[in-house]
Ligand binder design. Sequence first.
Ligand code: 3E9
Ligand code: MG
Ligand code: MG
Ligand code: MG
Ligand code: MG
Ligand code: MG
Length: 365
Amino acid sequence: MGPELTIPPIFSPIPPAIHPRHAAIDAQTSAWAETVGIGTEELRARLVSHGIGTFSAMILPDGRDEVVSLLSDFILWLFGVDDGCCEESDLGHRPGDLIALLHRLLRIAQNPETPLLERDPLAVGLRDLRARVSRYGTHSQAARWIDALREYFFSVAWEAEHRRAGTVPGLDDYTLMRLYDGATTVVLPLLEMGHGYELQPHERDSPATRAAAEMASFIITWDNDILSHHKESRSKGYWLNVIRVLEHHHGMAPDEALATAVAQRDRVMCRYLRLKDDLMATAGPQLRRYLTSLTHFVRAAQDWGISSVRYTTPHDPAQLPTSFSDRPTDDRDLPLGIPVVAWWWDLPTLTGTPGACTATATGTG
Ligand code: 3E9
Ligand code: MG
Ligand code: MG
Ligand code: MG
Ligand code: MG
Ligand code: MG
């Protein structure tokens, strides 16, 4: 257990938003988890107290009700995998066995009729999620959702090897792993489904859109590392977090590691907002909608991260902020010195004003 860190208000110029049916969606997700039987009773009781429906309602504040509900059940399911199979379980120390389970789950996502894991609650839940993805998305959106699950599973297997060996990856490897193991990319197809459109491949796969999505993943997962540090550093087992990586490999004291992580996410937030505004200027309606949803996703993780009992842990309170800052601690438009993401600064010159970090987030899509 490390020394207690006090987390300062983090920089977020993005306005908050929430779907009006958040309470009903949260209640439906609790009922879904119970019906499917996700996790042990103890884990399930914790998960249904975390306000995951509220989180989903913040990600898609004006999305279709059915898809906000689908997203909510899916995020609870993801925590069933991340907490139940990886971070709090023996399987999470056996990467080979974990990969076998995850492969079988992928087959179920692709072909739900496959006679595998027929009574396993995670498989039962995944079959239901897959049916709803097919109902609200196109075939290619379903295929991308499965591909994104594969990249999430691949990264948690890598993390499991570090857990087994008791090792801490360096910052570059950690960043690469974290772009996927925060399960941010599996949410992206649902952003489209939430508003009933399909982003054209030439828009989705353009380097600038890809960079925006990667930067959103970076901000969401760095924010999670900052806000979940208390929960994670007090957990009984192995834990991995950018603050731990910076302490371990860069010889930083905890408060120095925290300030460094905050500065990194502030710089990426500034870069993200400039890129988003730049893309918005020429984007068609679908890409505008997508970028607006990505931005809601970033803010949702912040609002949920400072308020969910998952992170505030009232029985042993975390020192979390209750508000946000309108000023970055570092607004330099320079690469972070993390090679795997240096390409974000190689995109064609942005037209936005450097340092204009107070850009708007909503009302544009
Ligand atoms: C997050 O990292 C793990 C994911 C499986 C959580 C599911 C969340 C999403 C799909 C949306 C992204 C939101 C985030 C990252 C908050 P980690 O550090 O294991 O999460 P924890 O809650 O344990 O800190
Ligand atoms: Mg919306
Ligand atoms: Mg995790
Ligand atoms: Mg976790
Ligand atoms: Mg965390
Ligand atoms: Mg939205």
